[in-house]
Design a protein. Structure first.
Length: 486
């Protein structure tokens, strides 16, 4: 659908969900209201046409008032930190990056969901090895999880509370809103280019680059004195052996280009990412392309048909460092550039060739603008690819430069320690507003009625059938069909 239509439809859906949640709260149906707020947040995140909602933040504040904090059961201890993980992604993401740093100078209470434990063995072992603890939420009802999190906070003695959560997480945001004033609350802004809940629930918002800081100040309404800058470093498991190629590959005669991440990051109206890959493969018959990630693979499947045995698609790999070591270079996703993958490539000494969409790709590496890895057109990107494929000396020079442009773990730990001691990292944020309109228009063009319907059908949302009979029914049918697929 076109941008104007998409924006109108999304706003109409958000307004209706907000009105439903307001009525539910007035009637004392707090659990339903929280589910509705989370559904609305997911819709706003998926469509990505705004960065914050005053109405949703007010609803969370009102919900927090209905679930008052219990009295503290342990004295405040400066050396104790609570870390809420709302992702459950294990070694992916920033969980272990923060835990490794925090565990080096504080005792950590890690809070996560019970059903995520199997995928968090490394994080749990790290916390316990440093004298910390793990507390588990059941993940069944939101009000129950909020009360459990409140009790954990009150019994932990932790002065510093960190939240690392999805855009629609109403559990930690509601709990943090009512937290005692003697605690310091931190929100880690991982998804700085999109909507998320929680613009009122923290004392400090940790931005990893200027892009997110500028958006938080201008569009999320967060006071600048609450914003702090702390770039992260890419933590890769270098000790997991390479598990092999997913198809026939001759390293003596062929060269591998790797790319990865959620496939929505490659979708745009002009199909530029797939046109770039197609032209690269046509120009270099010895190149094989490998994409690791999940989502709508329609365009990728077309590439597989166009280039039999030269295009591979796999789920995400646990041996990511090994995969990167075995590739020629990394091709960034477009129009949304994945920041962690961008950094992972550089840490592995591989050039992240990036087709620039707008300011979304800025600030992932140190002195990034002078590395010569971003390109404004497909033609420019193809020229760089030709050099990387055909000129080994040129490629090695570029690899050396990008490998030096990644923050090191010790610097990250020192900055985080300074933040807890002083309330700041002393790293300045540039509040120059980035260009966001182009990215928002791309999201609007990619947004579909299918996605709108699927976002409705979530656990505990059966009551929405009465409010959206057609969309909910169609969304449920799509979900059931998806489950039946082998």
């Amino acid at each position: 659908m076109d941008e104007k239509t998409a924006k109108a439809i999304v706003q109409k859906r958000a307004n209706k969900l907000i009105a439903i949640a307001q009525t539910q709260l007035r009637r004392g149906k707090v659990e339903q209201a929280l589910n509705t707020v989370a559904t609305c947040a997911l819709t706003l995140y998926s469509a990505n046409q705004c960065y914050q909602s005053d109405e949703l933040e007010t609803l969370l504040s009102r919900a927090a008032e209905t679930i008052p904090f219990p009295p503290a059961t342990a004295p405040i201890a400066e050396d104790r930190v609570l870390f809420y993980d709302g992702f459950g992604l294990g070694s992916r993401g920033l969980l272990t990056v923060y835990l490794q740093a925090l565990c080096s100078f504080r005792k950590v209470i890690l809070v996560t969901r019970r059903d995520w434990v199997p995928g968090l063995k490394e994080a749990i072992a790290l916390v316990k090895s440093c004298g910390g603890q793990v507390a588990l939420l059941e993940g069944k009802k939101k009000t129950e999880d909020i009360r459990s999190l409140q009790e954990i906070i009150c019994g932990s003695g932790a002065k510093h509370l960190f939240m690392y959560a999805n855009a629609d997480d109403v559990v930690v945001t509601t709990a943090f809103l009512g937290a005692p004033k003697d605690r310091v609350r931190y929100q880690i802004n991982l998804t700085d280019h999109a909507f998320w809940l929680g613009s009122r629930c923290a004392d400090k918002y940790i931005e990893f680059r200027d892009y997110g800081g500028a958006i938080s100040a201008a569009y999320r309404g967060i006071p600048k004195e609450k914003l702090v800058k702390l770039p992260f470093y890419p933590r890769l498991d270098q000790y997991k052996p390479f598990a092999g190629y997913p198809g026939a590959f001759d390293p003596e005669k062929q060269q591998l280009v790797f790319s990865g991440g959620a496939l929505y990051k490659t979708q745009s109206a002009d199909n530029a990412y797939y046109r770039l890959v197609s032209q690269m493969l046509r120009s270099h018959p010895d190149v094989v392309f490998w994409y690791a990630g999940s989502g709508d693979a329609t365009q990728l499947d077309q590439l597989i048909r166009e280039f039999p045995s030269r295009v591979w698609h796999t789920p995400e790999r646990q041996d990511l460092f090994g995969v990167l070591e075995h590739c020629l270079f990394y091709l960034s996703t477009y129009p949304v550039c994945g920041g962690l993958m961008f950094q992972y490539a550089a840490a592995a000494g591989k050039v992240p060739v990036t087709l620039r969409h707008d300011d979304i790709s800025d600030g992932f590496l140190l002195d990034q603008k002078n590395l010569g890895i971003e390109f404004d057109s497909i033609e420019q990107a193809l020229q760089e690819i030709r050099k990387l494929v055909e000129q080994p000396d040129y490629r090695k020079e570029k690899e050396g430069a990008v490998s030096q442009a990644v923050l090191d773990p010790d610097t990250f730990t020192q900055s985080l320690q300074k933040l807890l001691k002083t309330g700041d990292t002393e790293l300045s944020l540039d509040y120059t507003l980035p260009d966001v309109e182009k990215l928002q228009n791309t999201y609007a063009k990619n947004y579909t009625q299918r996605q709108l319907r699927q976002d409705l059908v979530r656990k505990g949302n059966g009551y929405l059938l009465a409010h959206f009979p057609v969309d909910y029914t169609l969304g449920l049918m799509m979900k059931l069909r998806k489950k039946r697929k082998p």
